[in-house]
Write a protein that binds this ligand. Sequence first.
Ligand SMILES: NC(=O)c1ccc[n+]([C@@H]2O[C@H](COP(=O)([O-])OP(=O)(O)OC[C@H]3O[C@@H](n4cnc5c(N)ncnc54)[C@H](O)[C@@H]3O)[C@@H](O)[C@H]2O)c1
Length: 284
Amino acid sequence: MDKERAVFGGGVAVITGAASGIGEGLARHAAALGMKVVLADIAVERMEGVVAGIRAAGGEAMAVPTDVTDAAAIDRLAAITHETWGDVRLLMNNAGVETLGFVWEMSAATWDKTLAININAMVHGVRAFAPRMIAAGKPAFIANTSSIGGLSTMPVQTSYIMSKHAVLAFSECLSLEMQVKKAPIQVSAILPGPVATRIFEDSKPGTDPMVAHHREAMRAMLAESGISGLEAAQRILRQVAAGEFWVSTHPEITAEFARQRAAHLSGLNKPQLAAETLALLGAH
Ligand SMILES: NC(=O)c1ccc[n+]([C@@H]2O[C@H](COP(=O)([O-])OP(=O)(O)OC[C@H]3O[C@@H](n4cnc5c(N)ncnc54)[C@H](O)[C@@H]3O)[C@@H](O)[C@H]2O)c1
């Protein structure tokens, strides 16, 4: 913890999706490391509860209600943060949602909202915060949350999976842009494995039996074998502080998914349903 405290202590952290799960864990742990933490979420009551908990533990935090689908709201978040506490040392684009369904059965509004939260919000987070971070000229960190799903494919989770692949490509290109500009901003891509959060509780089961089966299987798997949001946050911030680009909560699972993806692509293999995929869907 000493390394993380030395890197982050006294700095300002901004965390989207901080009212629950991994984001809540990140907010609590960043505060425990001595950061001033700005929480941004649409779940205002839950977010205020997290802020109260941080303050009760002696930490510094403020809640800025923010809908990350609104680019202007993210600009406001950046302005409020800068006016209140100055330069940002750690931006965590963490908010994300699981939306389930066959591609052609999801409404246009559901598609737009999912991609706005899981992809566009990352873009606007960087667009709103990076100029001041670069101008400050001090070492700082931008971490974008993808998933081990960013290294795999899965039917009925298409909107989620494609968005998490996009986050990886975005983060790699962003890292290169920072290097081209010689900006002291380290970019990380976060690839969580199973973490027990409300992400599948909040996803709609839909009416298709395969979609409902998949949701229940994933919900139960996270509840039974996921690590806590706080444990995930501790693992994540340790690696971000150490300067890692690829940040994982479950390194063995990430490595295995990466190996399988690399083999699939280098063989130019066709997408093929695996027995485990069919089992998740309750199909045979
Ligand atoms: N839980 C896992 O196993 C897991 C695995 C891989 C990746 N992830 C990723 O981790 C991140 C955090 O997920 P989590 O599991 O903690 O989920 P969670 O549902 O517990 O928390 C997500 C938070 O995002 C907030 N949010 C949703 N829409 C928003 C919006 N429009 N504006 C602002 N905030 C909004 C929610 O209110 C919630 O507080 C997501 O990007 C998710 O894809 C989670």
